[in-house]
Structure formats: C-alpha cells, structure tokens
Design a protein around this ligand. Structure first.
Ligand code: UDP
Length: 327
C-alpha cells in the first residue's frame, strides 16, 4: 500500500514506519522535526518536512493519493500541556482536523481511505476500574489527554460521515528500542530512559515521584509495552477497520509494574548502581494505569511477543549504550 506516516521521525512513528517499509509498503514520512529526528526516518521511506498546521500543504500531500494514513504527529508532554493548553489544542486537534479535511477532500475511492491514530491511555484520566476496558469513562485530567480525546471523537464522526476506515490505538507506557531506533526526547520525562541515564552516569539519581500511593509498594503502577509489539498492532489495525467505522483499542500488556519494580529491573539488567531518591507525587499522575487489551487480542489477534519488562529495559539499554548522546 501507499502509506503516509505523520510524525514518522518520532519514537513510535519511526518504528512503525520501519516495520511498514520492511513489510513492503511504499512509505512517506511527514514530520516537522520539532521533536523528531531526521536520522530516525527509516531507510527506504521518503521524507517530507512539513507541519499539519499548514492545511494547504497537507491537502497538496494527500492529493498524491495515499491508501492509508498512520497519524503520530503530536505534542505529548503532560506537564507542558497544563502550562500551555492552547499549544496542545492547536497542534493536536487542529493538526488532526487539517489531516481529516485533506483525507476527505482527496478521497476518490472512499473505501480505500484508512486511518490509524496514535491515541493514549491519558483519555481515561483516573480510572475507577483496572485493568481499563475501552468502555471506561473518558475524563482526561490534563489538556494533553483532552486534546487526544477530542481527536478520537473527531475521527469517529468524520469516519461515519465520510466513509473513512479508522482506528484509534490507546497506548499505555511504550518502552524499549528496535534495532537502530530508540527513545530520544528533549526534555526526557519518561521513567525508563531516565533510570537508564542514571545507570549510565548521566544523572546522579532517579527521583521516585510519590511513595504514598494506594499500591502494593506505594509507588505508581504502569503497564509497559514493547515498542515493537505496539508497532505490530498498527499494521493489523490498518487492515481491519471497515469503511465508515471507527474502532478503538487499548494497547498494553495487561500487567502493571511499580516505579520501584522498574528501577530494580533496571539494576538487574544493567548491573549498574542506580541511586533512587523519594520525591513528591508528580501532578496529574494516577496511581495505577493498566490496560485491558482483550478487545485487540480478540478482534485483531494481536498479542505481545516481548511482554517481559527486562526485555524492554535491555533493548532500551543497548540502544542507549550504542548512542549515549541520542540521535
Ligand atoms: N516517574 C518517576 N520518576 C521519573 C519519571 C517518572 O517516578 O523521573 C514515574 C511517574 O510518576 C509515573 C511512572 O514513573 O508514575 C511512569 O512515568 P512516565 O513519565 O514514564 O509515563 P506516564 O505514565 O506518565 O505516561
């Protein structure tokens, strides 16, 4: 298929773009490189630099006639979204709206219009039921989650009105690396790369944000999923949806690890000393986010091949050792 990958120079987008190239698809990556890295665009993919905020540029691009779009381009820092919500609504919501407009306008054969959207567990806010099913109430606790939920809803409405075949994948905590592709954010806020930076001696210690949660060891629990397992779900989702339909799937392993367990696993994998210091809770962090991924397992036959936390940490560690300064 001729496929467009927005945000394909970022952590998740680049890994999915590579998987699609390897599966024989013709891939164009569209990315403004505000967060992503040119070097992360996989070999074999065409690269176009641009922003989804330029509606005319997006329409021109879509007129090239793509059979499917995988949409990753977005801002994704929770803290920043609280401080600058307008930035998040503009980039994430307006960017997605421009993309949908262009897809609808360019759609000659409607049944060929496929969309996979990178959504997030943050749409659920503080869940009442864990593991979280897709039917859980969506009450995001920060503008990042709210902007993604707005996109999910827009995509559903546009899919039903104009015959797009769309899927939103709600990611839990993505981790690990895939060959030469890994996680390189600036600033880095995610637990695993920060713990590994401490193992590498690039930081003095890792802060444990909150030790008084109502969890077994008092620290927050998350569902970590290997980037390659997450990536494989996109190809399945691309094929599955029917025209006029919007599917929603949670994407996680279904098991949770606490912050302390992650740090302990990183000590075991790296063999390095990792200093941990207790710190107050980070604003907006729920105690426990674990996915029920039954729906995607049942409907798409997806299942994780690398569910072990140690494998995720070990792949991330090897990537970091090979690129201590990132891309
Ligand atoms: N966390 C932490 N110290 C850090 C970074 C993160 O204790 O330096 C905690 C964070 O509060 C959360 C968990 O680790 O409970 C995972 O955080 P991350 O930012 O990786 O992902 P999130 O779940 O926020 O999307």
């Amino acid at each position: 298929m001729k496929l467009l990958v927005t945000g394909g120079a970022g952590y998740v987008g680049s890994v999915v773009a590579k998987q699609l190239v390897l599966a024989g698809h013709e891939v164009t990556v569209f990315d403004d490189l505000s967060k992503g890295h040119r070097r992360a665009v996989p070999e074999g993919a065409r690269f176009v630099r641009g922003t989804l905020l330029d509606g005319e540029a997006v329409r021109r691009l879509l007129r090239e006639g793509y059979e499917g779009v995988l949409h990753f381009a977005a801002l994704s820092l929770v803290g920043e979204s609280v401080e600058r919500p307008e930035l998040y609504y503009r980039n994430n919501v307006l960017g997605t709206l421009n993309l949908l407009d262009a897809m609808v306008e360019s759609g000659t054969d409607r049944s060929a219009k496929r969309l996979v959207f990178s959504s997030t567990a943050a749409v659920y806010g503080e869940p009442e039921v864990v593991p979280i099913p897709e039917s859980a109430p969506t009450e995001p606790t920060n503008p990042y989650g709210a902007s993604k939920l707005a996109c999910d809803r827009m995509i559903g409405d546009v899919a039903r009105a104009h015959g797009l075949a769309a899927t939103s994948l709600r990611y839990f905590n993505v981790a690990g690396a895939s060959g030469e592709l890994g996680e390189d954010h600036d600033p880095e806020t995610h637990l695993i790369p920060l713990v590994l930076a401490a193992a590498l001696g690039k930081r003095d210690a890792i802060s444990i944000f909150g030790t008084d949660y109502s969890t077994p060891d008092g620290t927050a629990v998350r569902d970590y999923i290997h980037i390659e397992d997450l990536g494989r779900a996109h190809a399945l989702a691309l094929d599955a949806a029917e025209a006029g339909e919007h599917r929603v799937y949670n994407l996680g392993n279904g098991s949770g690890f606490s912050v302390r367990e992650v740090i302990e696993a990183a000590r075991a994998v790296t063999g390095r000393k990792i200093e941990a210091v207790e710190a107050p809770r980070r604003a907006g962090d729920p105690p426990e986010l674990v996915a029920s991924s039954e729906r995607i397992r049942d409907e798409l036959g997806w299942k994780p091949e690398k569910p072990l936390l140690e494998d995720m940490i070990s792949d991330a560690w090897n990537w970091m050792l090979s690129r201590p300064d990132g891309y």
